[in-house]
Ligand binder design. Structure first.
Ligand code: GLC
Length: 753
């Protein structure tokens, strides 16, 4: 017994020495720094040769170079490749007085050189291991290129497909979004942040950016505490609980306060109640943008508000570096505010191992060996296949036969190698995706012919951001496409959005297939109804006509480098699709915001059952329901649910309840079904959603096989942010639904006492 105590005491003192050594190192270094050097750590510049946002006035390479050499820069972003990272790190470490290394940030949103599916697509896999692996390998490839900090995961819940950044997140549900956030943090940061293969992650954008009014990017956000705490914040709390090292604030104002200066969000909640010990970086220029918000009078005032509001590092406003000394002199901020911010930044740099070796991430041999390796490509293919959602498969037109079939491949995205890389592929080289045409040609048994039908139009106004539209003026390709459709047995049409038609700054007021694509689809269908529609898009689209008239529809999002191989393997049945929608697909834009976990309202009417009056919550010209609901996705197998039951009808607060059911694969092929469990709390101190996802599992079954599956619900699954403004589970009745998607009807009921 005594030995145990000695060992325990030794362990505690060892850990505390190790931990204390980082804290001690930080305070030692802080005590040596001048005020200007401290402020320098809070200053982040973009790479000299690249921009992912508006270039600030007066920001130029010479100024940046001098500031680097003086130790007035704490971080840089968009510096890519060992050579370039080494170059800027050398200036900071070898020219400045204290040689404090830079932390190198990058938008590693879904891969670096090897591009993985866009996050919305990965979320459709509901496969947390696959999502974690994607982040882990992306980090490995980026770290080999000198990057040690990613501005990801983006964990903004959103319900509005007009918003271009839906492609970057995990869709509409806070439960799924929280699990995915934690998985991506674990993937990026790994077990050891000082490893040369792991990087610091960023929870962004804090907060409520996905609730931009009217789905218009950067627009104002006005939501109540109920939505803020029950929908927006849970994924951010999950990221903190997963040990995330940094946060990024959001461009929007939230209920009148720009997030960049929101003391409640960043100090009271994040650094206070949640005890977050990392640092907060502003989004690009968001400190200066408080002037445009009409919240700051000028740069000096913006700097004061941002620092007091809890923003520790200034991305590309150049305000902290020029204004904070003045604010100290005017006693508007204190050195304590600066010391707190700088300590947080230095702590992450120590944890990354940058002080031990500033060139830890700068190994050119390793960069060559890891970039684009087989390990990367294989993983990118696996994750891509799991992200595909089968929306329709009438008369089992899919999977296609592998031999002797004449196939016409038509559409502007069918042979495109760029669009599948999605919007946030800034580390990758253009046109490096496997196209659908290339993927299909890897199968030698069929006769594949291709016609574009509608052209893409590439405009590159600023030289970096490609603005690609899909043709709205030229139908000259129609004849060739229709002629091809007439002479083949099956037509595969690849339609949707170009990768640059979603993402930041790409909100849309319409959600139809852009350009002449819908006309092309209808004219091809008129001559050959055997169409497999493959969609490539970064957001839910309006697909009413296709849903009515096209026998097979495959949601293939933007799947990254291995896109064409993943799609071909699904179309030929070498991978049985298992994806489920992480976001509702609307019937019309007028339904937005549209989401499954909506409130009942006081007049909830039932669709299709006319309550005999107009006085219920509905549209006179559109259904309430989505075209395809949250959690929906088909398989080449068929699954039957039976024997849903609870092991008891009453539960006390510190106990649990088991929901079980039997699932059978009544199809002809082995398949995977993501079974889902939802609850409803029909009566509470605040109005509650009609359904909330609280569990899911992937069940793989051979044809004809059955399996009993169970979920365990505990009190914590029933908690919500109540009218008492605290997280609690309230006693009363609860309903439980289990099934294939969020429309599952069969319910079971229990009482929480
Ligand atoms: C952009 C985005 C943010 C990104 C940052 C750096 O404007 O809003 O998500 O991390 O700037 O590129």
């Amino acid at each position: 017994m005594k030995l145990k105590f000695i060992l325990l005491a030794l362990l505690i003192s060892t850990v505390s020495i190790a931990q204390k050594s980082i804290d001690e190192k930080v305070s030692d270094l802080l005590s040596k720094m001048t005020l200007k050097e401290k402020i320098g750590q809070m200053n982040q510049y973009n790479g000299f040769w690249n921009v992912t946002g508006p270039v600030p006035e007066g920001g130029d390479s010479k100024v940046k170079y001098d500031h680097l050499a003086n130790g007035w820069v704490g971080s840089m972003l968009n510096v890519r490749g060992v050579k370039e990272v080494k170059a800027v790190q050398k200036i900071a470490v070898e020219n400045s007085r204290l040689g404090i290394p830079l932390i190198i940030g990058f938008d590693l949103i879904h891969g670096y050189k090897t591009v993985f599916p866009i996050p919305l697509a990965e979320s459709a896999s509901w496969d947390l291991e696959a999502i974690q692996l994607s982040a882990e390998l992306s980090a490995k490839e980026a770290a080999a290129a000198g990057i040690n900090w990613t501005f990801a995961p983006m964990i903004d819940i959103t319900r509005d497909a007009r918003w271009g950044r839906v492609m970057e997140g995990a869709g509409e549900d806070p439960y799924l979004g929280s699990l995915i956030a934690a998985a991506r943090v674990r993937g990026f940061q790994g077990e050891d942040l000082a490893s040369p293969f792991t990087i610091a992650a960023t929870a962004k954008h804090f907060a409520a950016y996905g609730f931009a009014e009217a789905g218009k990017d950067y627009n104002t956000v006005d939501i109540g505490l109920n939505t803020l705490h029950n929908i927006v914040l849970p994924p951010f709390k999950a990221a903190v609980d997963a040990g995330i090292k940094t946060f990024m604030n959001s461009f929007n104002d939230l209920n009148g306060i720009p997030a960049t200066a929101d003391t409640f969000l960043q100090r009271e909640l994040l650094k206070g109640e949640w005890n977050f010990d990392g640092f907060v970086v502003s989004d690009w220029g968001s400190i200066r943008e408080m002037i445009d918000h009409g919240y700051a009078k000028d740069n000096n005032h913006a700097g004061e508000l941002a620092l007091l509001g809890g923003s520790d590092m200034d991305m590309e406003s150049s305000i902290y570096i020029y204004e904070l000394e003045k604010l100290i002199e005017e006693n508007k901020i204190s050195v304590a505010h600066i010391d707190d911010a700088v300590s947080r930044i230095l702590k992450v740099k120590f944890e990354l191992g940058l002080f031990e070796d500033p060139y830890l991430y700068c190994n050119e041999e390793q960069e060559k060996e890891i970039t684009g390796s087989k390990e990367m490509m294989d993983a990118a293919l696996e994750v891509a296949k799991k992200s595909i959602v089968l929306l329709k498969n009438e008369n089992e037109i899919l999977p296609l036969k592998k031999n002797g079939v004449k196939i016409g491949l038509i559409g502007p995205l069918a042979a495109d190698k760029n669009s599948p890389l999605g919007n946030w592929r800034i580390g990758a080289d253009n046109n490096t995706a496997i196209s659908v045409l290339e993927g299909l040609k890897n199968y030698k048994g069929n006769d594949i012919s291709h016609a574009q039908g509608v052209k893409l139009i590439n405009k590159t106004p600023d030289g970096f951001h490609e603005e690609v539209q899909i043709n709205t003026t030229d139908k000259t390709g129609f004849d060739e496409a229709i002629a091809l459709a007439k002479k083949v047995e099956v037509v595969i049409m690849v339609l949707g959005e170009h990768g640059f038609q979603s993402g930041e700054g790409r909100s849309r007021s319409k959600l139809d297939l852009p350009g002449f694509q819908q006309e092309l689809l209808e004219e091809v269908a008129a001559v050959n109804p055997n169409i497999v529609l493959v969609l490539m898009n970064g957001r839910p689209l309006i697909l009413n006509w296709a849903a009515e008239n096209i026998p097979a529809i495959v949601e293939a999002w933007q799947l990254g480098t291995q896109s064409g191989n993943a799609i071909a393997q699904v179309l030929y049945g070498d991978y049985n699709p298992s994806g489920k929608l992480p976001m509702s697909f609307p019937r019309s834009v007028g339904q937005l915001p549209l989401y499954y976990n909506h409130k009942s309202t006081g007049r909830p009417g039932t669709e299709g059952v006319d309550p005999g009056s107009v006085f219920w919550s509905h549209y006179g010209d559109e259904k309430n329901s989505p075209l395809y609901p949250f959690g929906y996705g088909l398989s080449y197998s068929k699954f039957e649910y039976s024997k849903l039951q609870l092991n008891k009808t009453e539960m006390t607060k510190n106990s649990s309840i088991k929901a079980s059911f039997t699932i059978k694969n009544t199809g002809k092929v082995k398949g995977k079904e993501i079974v889902q469990l939802y609850i409803q709390d029909p009566f509470a101190s605040a109005t509650r959603p009609v359904k909330e996802l609280k569990g899911f599992k992937a069940i793989e079954l051979e044809p004809g096989a059955t399996q009993e599956v169970s979920f365990t619900l505990t009190e914590s699954d029933l908690k919500f942010y109540s009218a008492n403004q605290k997280w609690e589970a309230e006693p009363g009745t609860y309903h439980v639904f289990i099934g294939t998607d969020s429309t599952s009807k069969e319910k079971m009921t229990f009482e929480l006492n």
